[in-house]
Design a protein around this ligand. Sequence first.
Ligand code: PMP
Length: 284
Amino acid sequence: MPNISYVDGVYQNYENSKININDRGYHFGDSVYEVILFNKGIFYDFEEHISRLFTSLNSINIKFSLSRISLKIIIKNLIKINRVSFGSVYIQVSRGIAERNHSYKGMNIKPLLSIIVTKKLNNIGNDTIGVKAITLDDNRWSRPDIKTTQLLPNVLAKTEANIKGAFEGIFIDSDGYVTEGSSSNIWIINNNNEIITRPIDGQILSGITRKTIAQFAKLNKLIVKEEKFKKQELYKSKEVFLTSASSFVTPIIEIDNIEINEGKIGQTSIDLRNLYFRNSRNNL
Ligand code: PMP
């Protein structure tokens, strides 16, 4: 069980890891985050996740002065101290601590970095399991492309999915098109064996796993298209799968109680999942 976290410069036990009541992340969701998967000292898409963290920080104008190198050292130390072999690291940077006020203009505050390591069940070698999903209206703010901790619609969607016995809630925009999952990007494979996912159009998060999988698929001579698709197309797809750092490539075999491919996991989803584990690695 990992039990050491990093909060604002200090490595300490969870019981002592406290965040100030005036942290703007707590008050306003005024913070950004990343989740990175690791396995025996190897990270998946490490550099890309760190780059996106800095992009998110810039997008909401958080002046974070820690260098990439220092951040990497902290993450590496934390994983070592916690003695976790397979898991994920959660990195959050809030704008900092200040008396509650919506505007941060003129506030001379220092961003607050906190990091948690979570042990995960290593099911890489096991048989791939297909999951169920439900669809729901996308009621998020108009900047879901920024990876902020302001995740209430995602929290409610995932919970509704879980209550209905499903793993993921898939958001549908006001024109009936799939945007993304509550914590994942969504893909379909049509009857022409084309692999399709929504383009990066500002209405979804630019998933790191999404990008990696698209590259692997193309390298393996699969046809990848970035196009919007409707809910009805989801139902009649040959395969549907989701991607995220914490769920890798996970096949979806039922949506809104409708079986996809008669409830069977498709071979391309399995192949892409295996490709991901074999190839997307960075040493620290
Ligand atoms: N969309 C949303 C809303 C997410 O929360 C996530 C996971 N953070 C993703 C997509 C997938 O992104 P990634 O592959 O970078 O984990």
